[in-house]
Design a protein around this ligand. Structure first.
Ligand code: DON
Length: 314
């Protein structure tokens, strides 16, 4: 930030008070019954900077269901384990369709457009599962999250996982369709078991912002931190977050916020400022394309005041 811009602490605190005044908070996801019970009048933000400071506001320590934000971490693990072979099963183009759409799969031989739409994430999860048991795969995902967030308390909310398992008929259809094409190699219910569990991980904004550090610092947990993944993988995941991380709202997010970002229907968004910061925001109300309404607004305010953008010098 330039010297004449306000201090990050002031900016974050102002955004937090501004968000408290917003009346239209969108609607909470209700297709996963357990998520419909969450109080929409909550907002949290946490920013981890290059010097390791954590600047936070609102409900930054309240755990929430990370849902599709988890797809960033399963993609990371799958790329680390399978490398380029992963792209035989999933593409890297934006879909321009809703996150749970099935329409392109039929026309494109069961290979999902990208790893962040539900079909693509289920295919990535199946690749990561490989020949292991679902319990082993979920344990590995949790271990990774605990390592990158440096927090052993991160866990799966079993009630949310069960709630989605009981109502996730669309995902069952996607998985079965991809199994028929050989994109999914395990029994669909096994891949879905892992998928519903990783979507149901609970994390706070602070934990999520800490977990995202390796994307901001070329695969390292901070400028001088340990190398978790090769820099090229971090670069590619950031590219996919920018182009596909908000589904059919990805263009609007790039236009308004200008950062790689990944949203979830629990209302969380992880956003990355390469070389500068890892940011997590959370507010449960969603806009019409399923991305956090206040979360997006808060990030727009934060980037306009800090100048943070992958499209500008800062
Ligand atoms: O599969 C689902 O529908 C959810 N577990 C995740 C979807 C999601 O978070 C989409 N994000 N905005």
């Amino acid at each position: 930030m330039a010297n004449d811009t306000p201090d990050l602490r002031q900016i974050v605190s102002q955004i937090n008070s501004d968000m408290a005044q917003v009346e239209d908070r969108g609607s909470v996801a209700n297709y996963i019954p357990q998520l419909a019970c969450v109080d929409p009048f909550q907002f949290g933000i946490a920013v981890v900077t290059a010097d390791g400071r954590i600047v936070k506001g609102g409900h930054a320590d309240t755990p929430f269901s990370i849902q599709s934000v988890s797809k960033v971490f399963t993609l990371t693990l799958a790329l680390r384990q399978l490398g380029e072979a992963l792209w035989d099963r999933v593409g890297w183009e934006p879909s321009g369709d809703p996150f749970n759409s099935i329409v392109q799969l039929e026309a494109e031989n069961g290979r999902p457009r990208n790893p962040f739409i539900n079909a693509g994430a289920i295919a990535v999860t199946d690749a990561l599962l490989g020949r292991r048991t679902p319990v082993e795969a979920v344990t590995e995902i949790l271990q990774f999250l605990r390592e990158v967030a440096q927090d052993e308390s991160i866990s799966v909310d079993a009630v949310v996982a069960k709630s989605e398992k009981a109502s996730g008929f669309r995902n069952v259809a996607l998985a079965n369709f991809m199994r028929d094409w050989g994109i999914i190699r395990n029994a669909p219910e096994k891949a879905l078991d892992v998928y519903f569990n990783h979507c149901a991980v609970s994390m706070s904004c602070q934990q999520l912002a800490l977990a995202g550090r390796y994307l901001a610092w070329g695969g390292r947990l901070g400028p001088e931190g340990p190398q978790i993944i090769p820099a090229i993988i971090a670069r590619r995941i950031n590219a996919l977050m920018l182009t596909c991380g908000h589904y059919d709202g990805s263009g609007a997010f790039a236009f308004r916020v200008g950062l790689p970002g990944k949203s979830g229907v629990g209302g969380g968004i992880l956003a990355i400022v390469p070389g500068q910061a890892s940011i997590a925001v959370w507010s449960p109300g969603l806009n019409e394309v399923g991305n956090s309404k206040l979360g997006s607004l808060a990030l727009e305010k934060l980037t306009s005041q800090t100048g943070w953008s992958v499209f500008a010098m800062h």
